[in-house]
Design a binder for this molecule. Structure first.
Ligand code: ZN
Length: 216
């Protein structure tokens, strides 16, 4: 549509849980909107399904990315209605379908809009999410979110461990709910009677399966 527009990018910013990516996604949307730019905010599996929220308490209406939703068609619709589309901010892209990541690349290439995508790299099994793998394959820019997080041992945390009833597990579904705060189980975390929590660990303790210090 706009071959004259150059320089649009697909930027993937990634971090571990607790890296503040949802907050950054909101901030970017806010900053660009304040400058009079037109954009869309997308998320998935957030706490109530319709808002990008962060633990800092900021939230904003967003489009929920459901399975099968065509993000290129959505962007074209917005462009037709608003007359302009400068950017798309996407949170939780690790859960997007591979086809939806392809559509985001097409938003950049066909519509000339910037796409700022945020997501987790690896799941609790230590493997790339499907959406993340596709994003790494397609993105123009890869930006690590550099918020420091620490393992219980004091080393830099690089892995999300899943704990069921306090015991580390590498089995089960990869679906998680938002940026679940590690170590603070709530009623929402109850799954068939089990309490599921997440803990940030260094690679050494993730691989060793040691989610906390040994008892004194
Ligand atoms: Zn450690």
């Amino acid at each position: 549509m706009s071959d004259s527009r150059t320089g649009a990018v697909l930027r993937f910013s990634y971090g571990i849980m607790g890296s503040g990516k949802s907050t950054v996604a909101l901030q970017v949307h806010h900053n660009l909107t304040r400058r009079g730019l037109h954009g869309i905010l997308c998320t998935l599996y957030d706490r109530d399904g319709t808002k990008v929220s962060s633990r800092l308490g900021v939230s904003r209406q967003a489009i929920e990315v459901t399975p099968g939703l065509d993000l290129l068609a959505l962007a074209k619709e917005h462009l037709a209605e608003a007359g302009d589309l400068d950017f798309v901010v996407c949170d939780e892209v690790q859960f997007y379908e591979e086809a939806q990541i392809d559509q985001l690349a097409a938003v950049v290439d066909e519509l000339g809009a910037d796409v700022f995508a945020y997501g987790l790299l690896t799941d609790f099994r230590g493997q790339l999410f499907d959406g993340t793998r596709r994003m790494l394959e397609l993105a123009d820019e890869h930006v690590p979110l550099s918020v420091e997080a620490r393992c219980w041992c004091g080393h830099r945390a690089t892995h999300n461990a899943r704990l069921v009833n306090g015991k580390m597990t590498t089995e089960g579904e990869t679906i998680v709910i938002g940026d679940t705060e590690s170590g603070t189980p709530s009623a929402d975390d109850k799954l068939f009677g089990d309490v599921v929590t997440y803990e940030l660990l260094c690679r050494r303790h993730y691989v060793a399966g040691v989610a906390g210090p040994p008892p004194p």
